[in-house]
Design a protein around this ligand. Structure first.
Ligand code: DQA
Length: 147
């Protein structure tokens, strides 16, 4: 089975973007970590990043057709996007919301997530490890629903 890992706006700049908040690992390192984790879990993973809301909507639709689960760091669109929320609601796909930083320890506008109600749960504040935790949780969910 295949999972999608989708990263939203500005995450292409990981490594140089506010390293005190987001760390020093770049997006390629994050993707490599997801691939290694998926392999350990006996899964395959497709990692993509876009700065464009509509592209992310299209990819969520595609995940609904081609993936068994979704890990989504919608970045700033987390806090604003009805379109991403509606896309998640439209597809029958277990999704986990991930944030590198602890959004609840930051500015108030980051405390609200538009997409959280359409996900299994949220992992925030653990850096790249959060993606591995999310992939692990998706596998458990798959096994639970298959059993
Ligand atoms: C983020 C948190 C968001 O508030 C922010 O807009 C991002 C990254 C994170 O991974 O910590 O771009 O999703």
């Amino acid at each position: 089975p295949r999972f999608f890992v989708l990263n939203g706006p500005n995450l292409n700049l990981l490594g140089t973007r506010e390293p005190s908040v987001y760390g020093h690992d770049d997006l390629a390192a994050l993707d490599a970590r997801c691939h290694a984790c998926a392999e350990r879990l006996g899964m395959t993973v497709e990692c993509r990043q876009s700065n464009h809301e509509g592209v992310l909507v299209d990819w969520i639709h595609e995940a609904g057709r081609r993936a068994a689960g979704l890990v989504l760091n919608a970045a700033a669109y987390t806090h604003t996007s009805v379109a991403l929320r509606d896309a998640l609601a439209a597809v029958d796909l277990p999704a986990i919301e991930v944030h590198l930083s602890n959004i609840h320890a930051r500015e108030p506008f980051r405390h609200r997530s538009m997409i959280a109600p359409c996900t299994i749960g949220t992992i925030a504040g653990f850096g790249p490890l959060g993606y591995e935790l999310a992939l692990t949780a998706l596998v458990e969910r798959l096994q639970a629903t298959a059993g």
